[in-house]
Design a protein around this ligand. Sequence first.
Ligand SMILES: NC(=O)c1ccc[n+]([C@@H]2O[C@H](COP(=O)([O-])OP(=O)(O)OC[C@H]3O[C@@H](n4cnc5c(N)ncnc54)[C@H](OP(=O)(O)O)[C@@H]3O)[C@@H](O)[C@H]2O)c1
Length: 158
Amino acid sequence: MSAKMCLFYLGICKSIGVSNFMVCHLEQLKEDSSVVPHVNQVEYHPYQQPTTVLEYCNQEKIVFEGYCPLAKGQLLNDQTVLQIAEKHRRTPAQICIRWSLQKGVVTIPKSTKTERIRENCQVSFLRRETALSFLTAWASQLNHIQEKHIVRFPSISL
Ligand SMILES: NC(=O)c1ccc[n+]([C@@H]2O[C@H](COP(=O)([O-])OP(=O)(O)OC[C@H]3O[C@@H](n4cnc5c(N)ncnc54)[C@H](OP(=O)(O)O)[C@@H]3O)[C@@H](O)[C@H]2O)c1
């Protein structure tokens, strides 16, 4: 039994999370232990859409937490993101964060600046249907990195 599981069984920690687990890792964990992780933290943004593991987590009731929703800031200069942001009078960061939320993903943007943290929280905009249509159309144009090629925290080429 792993240390995390001991802490969980002892009631010292209330939930257990894993990170960068793909379906094969989660399946292995299922075989090896009786505890299903509560959270799986995986890189998730329009350039990196690991759909299979997202669907698996939803099915197994594991919270899928997407990290680097701004692709470490690289998405903020993307022409499409800039156009959508201008059209909807929002910032590129807000568009990216909204996109993750729209996909049903818990998302964790990071900023060292108070103003940006505040900005990143203000993402309750657009009617759901409107947001879905333009965001989905945008994402489908992108070249996704196939899940089978994902290694831990891969680099992103634009
Ligand atoms: N589990 C894992 O393996 C793993 C791996 C990587 C990251 N993570 C986690 O994921 C979270 C986010 O990751 P991240 O920081 O690498 O990527 P990110 O959130 O996609 O991007 C952060 C970058 O965007 C900038 N930024 C944030 N908000 C902005 C805004 N409104 N306008 C302009 N620029 C903005 C930040 O700069 P400023 O600080 O200057 O605002 C920073 O350079 C972190 O909590 C991290 O710990 C987990």
